[in-house]
Write a protein that binds this ligand. Structure first.
Ligand SMILES: *Cc1c(COP(=O)(O)O)cnc(C)c1O
Length: 472
């Protein structure tokens, strides 16, 4: 494809992109295809001869679009959002065009220095102390793994990296029963082992019980284990519960344990002064992450990872083969030493574009609206006697179920599961679920970039209607 042909296709593609944004609400939110349907429509062998780009665009409409679940639809209320926005997409086009591989400073000084500055902007926007430094990671899962491995190295005086994990005492990691599965994954991959992940029971509001954490650590120490890391969650995936950082941090500090905070979705709410309470105890944090790729309108992937101990992070991950030696080493940030992959995309440009385009006030206004929608949704649900709210509404997630009287718990679980499938199969809205205290719970997240109160109200009417039309 010549630059001239590229220009023509790109102009057409931009038309397609803008129309998609305008019409995304008209597609079935959740893809309605059956397993294997898309696979069987793609030729078994690649073409031998060059094909015009138009062929691909035709197949995109024909074959691919039916198999897309529309995360950017304002009727998408499932999981946590993976929001994009026009300024983020524009920046992504620039990133792809430059195609820079930003593994160290020299391979694109602008990428390294913009990243350093964006991390300062974000750190100050969310209220982390000024002694924190940041780096962009691909996902929260990778960032949590990086934190666990750093904690492992610190606890073992960097011997696990050199001698292997079996050379010393058995390490222990702690998180609440509601922590994300990425914590277990990190504990497994780091060689610490799933058995050494201690899940601390939660309180009634689904946040970690710090007293039980203190007891678990003392008891482990008596048994000869080496506690190395606590992972606290700000905004759990099930219900957005907030683990109390101050008492957890005091325990970590007393026991010399690394405190990592996973604020993947809820971290964005910290740009609002009224949510700064979630960071009370921030002085105890060793590392912290949140995902602008969830709720901050920056398309996947972009995880902001902060630590006040970049030295330990770098000491854990740096590796310097001859072919990576540069003359600027030690004077600049070589971000390949701040995490797991060597190669790095120029993600800072997306953040720059999004933050400048919205302004911090624009971001705050949007986030506040989303939070208001959750409050109003809760009020609508509370008006219906045959519905129950199952968790406190902290941010932008409402957990509820249909609970008509005269049914036992098993019947209610079946009923709500059936309702969830009916709603999602309708293509009109998309919800996901969790289980709380044994109860099948519907989760509705009001955080999609373009969601309005009309969308929330329309979804609620559909839920009511569907619930009451189900025959038991
Ligand atoms: C979504 C989520 C993650 C995982 O995020 P990735 O960036 O997809 O790895 C981790 N923790 C919490 C609390 C989450 O909600």
């Amino acid at each position: 494809m010549t630059p001239e042909e590229f220009r023509k296709h790109a102009h057409e593609l931009v038309e397609w992109m803008a129309s998609y944004m305008e019409n995304v609400g008209k597609y079935p939110v959740k893809s309605q295809v059956k397993p294997g349907e898309i696979f069987s429509r793609i030729p078994g062998k690649p073409p031998l001869k060059p094909e015009p780009f138009n062929f691909l665009m035709a197949d995109l409409e024909e074959i691919i679009m039916p198999g897309i679940t529309h995360w950017q639809s304002p009727d998408f209320f499932a999981y946590f959002p993976a929001n994009t926005s026009p300024p983020s997409i524009l920046a992504e086009m620039i990133i792809a065009t430059l195609g820079a591989q930003c593994m160290n400073w020299e391979t694109s000084p602008a990428a390294a220095e913009l990243e350093e500055k964006m991390m300062i902007w974000l750190r100050d926007m969310i209220g982390l102390p000024a002694n924190f430094e940041g780096v962009i990671q691909d996902t929260a899962s990778t960032a949590t793994l990086a934190a666990i491995v750093t904690a492992r190295e610190k606890a073992t005086a960097y011997t696990a990296n050199s001698e292997g994990i079996n050379s010393g005492r058995i390490l222990r990691v702690y998180c609440s029963e509601q922590a994300h599965s990425s914590v277990e994954k990190g504990v497994r991959i780091s060689g610490i082992g799933r058995k050494n992940l201690v899940r601390i029971p939660v309180r009634e509001d689904f946040s970690m019980d710090p007293e039980k954490l203190g007891k678990a650590i003392s008891s482990d120490k008596k048994k000869g284990y080496l506690p190395c890391c606590v992972i606290a969650t700000i905004g759990t995936t099930g219900t957005t519960a907030v683990d109390p950082l101050r008492p957890i941090g005091e325990i970590c500090s007393k026991n010399h344990v690394w405190l990592h905070v996973d604020a993947a979705m809820a971290g964005t709410a910290l740009i609002l002064p009224e949510f700064q309470w979630m960071l009370d105890g921030r002085e105890y944090i060793d590392s912290f992450l949140f995902n602008p790729h969830k709720w901050m309108f920056t398309n996947f992937d972009c995880t902001a990872f902060f630590t006040k101990d970049a030295e330990s992070l770098i000491r854990t991950f740096e590796i310097l083969p001859e072919y990576l030696k540069t003359r600027t080493r030690g004077k600049v940030n070589d971000y390949r030493d701040w995490g797991i992959p060597l190669g790095r995309r120029f993600r800072a440009l997306k953040l720059w574009s999004v933050i400048r385009s919205y302004g911090t006030e624009g971001l705050q206004e949007k986030i506040r609206q989303h939070i208001q929608f959750a409050v109003k949704l809760k009020e609508m649900i509370l008006k219906e006697k045959d519905f129950e709210i199952l968790a406190p509404i902290v941010i932008n997630v409402v957990c509820f179920r249909y609970a008509p009287s005269g049914n036992d718990e098993k019947q209610l679980n079946d009923l709500n599961e059936k309702m969830n499938h009916l709603l999602n199969d309708s293509g009109k809205i998309y919800l996901s679920h969790t289980v709380l205290n044994g109860k099948y719970t519907l989760r509705m997240v009001t955080g999609q970039t373009n969601v309005t109160f009309d969308h929330v109200e329309k979804a609620w009417r559909l839920i009511l209607q569907t619930a009451r039309s189900i025959k038991l």
